[in-house]
Design a protein around this ligand. Structure first.
Ligand code: ATP
Ligand code: MG
Length: 155
């Protein structure tokens, strides 16, 4: 069943509004103006995006901003979560998707986590024919992108 990727996002962010307010983080939302039809397992998408939002909140450092956007890129519908937090060193960027891996960083040590979140996100994405990618600069922030194949009959 084809579904608009944009549809579940506002409610999911609403779910974190209390935590965001408490931490003084502004969340800027920018959804594509036209619908992004994908064959989406809603529960799986919620799970993946929740994990990325929780990470962005946990590792926001001194930053008070978070951006979530959706857009079409070729045959893919993408959802991007951008933070301006502690960032991830280049050498660790492949390993963060491994089970139990956590970057050695003072803030990581101070926050609770098992290192399983991103391995789950990657599993969810590959099992839906999609992918998750990371782009990050240490001490500047991280951008995680979820891409799903567009529903061809409606694209
Ligand atoms: P869990 O998600 O299981 O509670 P976790 O957040 O430590 O624990 P992952 O979500 O798998 O585990 O992330 C792995 C590691 O990648 C984190 O421990 C952290 O070092 C790094 N990381 C993930 N997201 C970010 C981010 N947005 N900014 C900086 N570092 C990040
Ligand atoms: Mg996590």
């Amino acid at each position: 069943e084809a579904q608009d990727l944009n549809e579940p996002i506002p409610q999911l962010i609403e779910h974190y509004s209390h935590t965001l307010r408490e931490k003084g983080i502004r969340c800027e939302l920018s959804l594509s103006s036209s619908p992004l039809l994908v064959n989406l397992d809603l529960q799986a998408f919620d799970e993946a995006l929740s994990n990325l939002i929780e990470n962005a909140i946990k590792y926001h450092g001194d930053s008070d901003q978070l951006k979530i956007s959706t857009y079409r890129k070729g045959d893919y519908a993408c959802c991007q979560i951008q933070d301006y937090g502690i960032g991830i060193p280049k050498s660790a960027q492949r390993k963060i998707f491994d089970k139990f891996y956590r970057v050695e960083h003072a803030l990581t040590q101070k926050t609770k986590g098992t290192g399983l979140g991103l391995s789950l996100v990657q599993h969810i994405m590959t099992s839906h024919g999609g992918r998750v990618t990371v782009d990050s600069i240490l001490n500047q922030g991280s951008t995680f992108t979820l891409c799903f194949p567009l529903n061809q009959t409606s694209a």
